[in-house]
Design a protein around this ligand. Structure first.
Ligand code: IVH
Length: 698
């Protein structure tokens, strides 16, 4: 979906359109205006699916707000739309918060007879009063409790043990469909209570899940078994800037509080929808048990077409008064029940487990099984992920196992049919302690489940894997070389790493065999052509851990050259939007390895691009200058100044240090920066002086 174009929605003039000086009051008003507009457009896009403006217009407004907030920290608001990008929580865990009302779970059934029994129990409990049942999807994610005061998100807490959960507010703020500030246009018609709690489910839609797992497979990180685990793992990530990129969504299904709008649960949820919450449109009121079964049967089939996973349906008595009359048991409400669908799973026999070594050295166990049909495809292999999974399943060779499929990624073994286990079966499957490919002793990093072979320079599948990654389509795109050819060249001793590709000669590839000459020439031409690959491709091709395509692009846009990236500090890297601590650390580690630096130098000597394309530098006036930008400007935006610094050969640094050459200071420069600059004796330059400096012809 793309935001639609519209001319007049963003009619308020931009601060940077004309060089006027704004009073503090004007700035505050402009900040508030931009926040309200961005909240509204966010809702149009993520909740209503009906964007009014283009992505570019949205981004422009967001950038303007970011600049204003950065320059005017006194107006900080945790619920500002800019805060959805996330921040790092640090090393501590999440604070524990006690729920004001316990978060109960639901009684489960897989059985239609029990649905009828539930219906009869309600009928009896209500002494023959008429009642309706609200039929809802049972979202397969993790439940969340959101607290709002005066229409603003105050706190988000996971279910935890039902009595207390983790405060994950910073992470939940990054979920675009969760309103940070409620929709004010509906306040008059449907006023929201001054304080209320709303509960729902945080989930990861299939698209996000498949993308995430594909990225993780590419980076040889452990895959998530299903969207629920992925959603839960994401929400509990300490760095909310990582969460912001995970594509989570949230559906709300339960409103609590002393003065909620109506007597009907269904109506309350519709009202909540008008306040800006995402509420499922697939909810129906049923007046008979037959209507309930119609809903169950319809979704048993139609659920496969939903963009997210559901694992059943939830039935709730609609009237709040009747809910109260029916009450609760110690564990769950008497007025609601969950009917669960049976997962699509198959039973087959485990023949053996093999171990694959990837380009990062990660060792992945793979189960080889007797072929079995599962949801229309024949399954032979399943990922076992890591040693903990094998131990958890208590897996033995020859066991009968259950397999399930989640998304497009390979199937998983979810259980063992222990009743079919034969006494004489071999003992438990044991993870090897040496690399199956090169024999080097394996290591298991503390806190990680995966085993690694540390023999980076001498383990063939790692070497070949790195070369394959280097030539792959999203990296250097050397199309005419495939994994088999790489394998062949490696075995023949022609290449030991990707840089060797640039030394290949026609006679190496074709020898005296004329029939191979045509394809050999094609390969050499493709290798030559790859020297022109854009900087982001080159960065991606290096195979730095956690640097996928997207991050590589961010790094290339920010640093413009491999030299600038190589010398960036961890702190500096961490400030690039979309780059968290883990990535920053991994980049610094990669560039601190002498072997990698040598590899880079060889690539450079062969003529591989190390700088951004078409970025002809305008002058060298700012050569060797490290410049910090602070405050707001009249003539150019901050991004434009960053670019000007780059185009004149300088470096833009994010924080002041004794290496800073000068500060490009706009209005309202932050007091702490000013103090630091004075303390270190760093000169300030205003924008006119700066523009003059780069414009003079000397
Ligand atoms: S209502 C007291 N509605 O299922 C009633 N729960 O097995 C509270 N769930 O913990 C829950 N979709 O995480 C409700 N439409 C829905 C739901 C739903 C998914 C989850 C929720 C709950 C679990 C209970």
């Amino acid at each position: 979906m793309s935001r639609k174009k519209s001319a007049d929605t963003y009619a308020q003039p931009s601060l940077f359109d004309e060089p006027i000086s704004l009073s503090d009051k004007d700035i505050k008003a402009q900040i508030e205006h931009l926040r309200a507009e961005l909240h509204r457009h966010n809702r149009n896009y993520y909740v209503l699916n009906a964007p009014e403006i283009s992505d570019q217009e949205f981004d422009a407004m967001m950038r303007e707000l970011q600049e204003l907030e950065r320059a005017n920290p006194q107006y900080f608001d945790p619920n500002s739309p800019t805060q959805r990008v996330g921040s790092d929580l640090g090393s501590g865990g999440f604070p524990t918060v006690r729920h004001e009302r316990p978060m109960l779970s639901l009684g489960n059934t897989y059985n239609r007879a029990e649905v009828t029994e539930f219906y009869e129990r309600i009928k009896d409990g209500l002494d023959g009063e008429p009642f309706q049942i609200c039929c809802e999807l049972k979202f397969d994610g993790l439940s969340i409790s959101l607290l709002y005061e005066e229409g603003r998100l105050i706190r988000a807490v996971t279910r935890g043990d039902g009595v207390q959960g983790d405060d994950v507010t910073a992470n939940v703020r990054t979920i675009r469909s969760v309103p940070l500030v409620l929709n004010s246009s509906d306040k008059v018609v449907n006023p929201w209570p001054a304080r209320f709690e709303i509960r729902g489910e945080v989930l990861m839609p299939w698209d996000s899940f498949n993308n995430l797992n594909a990225e993780r497979a590419e980076a040889e990180e452990p895959l998530f078994a299903n969207p629920r685990n992925a959603a839960s793992g994401s929400l509990k990530t300490k760095d909310s800037s990582v969460v912001a990129h995970r594509g989570l969504d949230a559906y709300l299904y339960f409103l609590l509080g002393s003065d909620i709008p109506t007597e009907s649960h269904y109506q309350n949820m519709q009202t909540a929808k008008s306040w800006g919450f995402k509420v499922s449109e697939h909810t129906r009121l049923a007046s008979s048990v037959d209507e309930i079964f119609e809903f169950i049967d319809y979704w048993d089939e139609a659920r496969h077409r939903l963009p997210f996973a559901i694992d059943g349906i939830v039935l709730k008595v609609d009237s709040i008064a009747q809910q109260q009359k029916l009450g609760y048991t110690a564990k769950s409400p008497r007025w609601a029940i969950a009917y669960k669908y049976k997962a699509e799973r198959a039973r087959t026999r485990l023949l053996s487990v093999s171990y694959q070594v990837g380009r990062t050295g990660a060792v992945t166990p793979v189960a080889n099984m007797e072929p079995v049909d599962l949801a229309g495809t024949v399954v032979r292999r399943a990922s076992l992920h890591n040693e903990d999974i094998i131990l958890g399943l208590d897996l033995r060779q020859g066991d009968y196992v259950y397999v399930e499929k989640a998304g497009e990624i390979i199937p998983q073994i979810v259980g063992v049919d222990k009743s079919a286990r034969i006494e004489s079966l071999k003992p438990a499957i044991e993870f090897p302690d040496h690399c199956p490919a090169c024999g080097h002793e394996l290591v298991r990093v503390e806190g990680e489940a995966a085993h690694y072979c540390p023999n980076e320079a001498g383990c063939p599948p790692q070497i070949k894997g790195k070369i394959e990654h280097f030539i792959s389509r999203d990296a250097m795109n050397i199309g005419s070389l495939g994994p088999e050819t790489v394998d062949d060249y490696y075995e023949r001793g022609l290449i030991h790493n990707a840089a060797d590709l640039y030394m290949l000669r026609l006679e190496d590839l074709a020898g005296t065999d004329l029939s191979r000459e045509v394809s050999a020439r094609k390969i050499l031409a493709a290798i030559e052509q790859s020297k022109q690959a854009s900087l982001d491709r080159v960065i991606f091709a290096l195979g730095i851990r956690f640097v996928g395509k997207v991050v590589a692009r961010l790094l290339s846009q920010h640093y413009h050259s491999l030299d600038a990236l190589r010398t960036a500090s961890q702190e500096d890297l961490g400030e690039v939007e979309g780059v968290g601590n883990i990535i920053a650390e991994s980049v610094v580690r990669w560039f601190s390895d002498p072997d990698n630096l040598q590899f880079l130098e060889r690539l450079r000597s062969f003529g591989v691009r190390m700088e951004e394309e078409n970025q002809t530098v305008l002058s060298e006036k700012l050569k060797d200058k490290s410049i910090v930008i602070s405050g707001t400007f009249q003539k150019h935006s901050r991004e434009e100044y960053k670019n000007l610094i780059f185009l004149h050969g300088g470096k833009n640094a994010s924080s002041i240090s004794n290496k800073t050459s000068f500060i490009l200071a706009g209005e309202n420069m932050g007091p702490s920066k000013l103090e630091k600059a004075q303390k270190l004796g760093i000169p300030l330059m205003n924008e006119d002086e700066f523009l003059q400096l780069i414009e003079t012809n000397t």
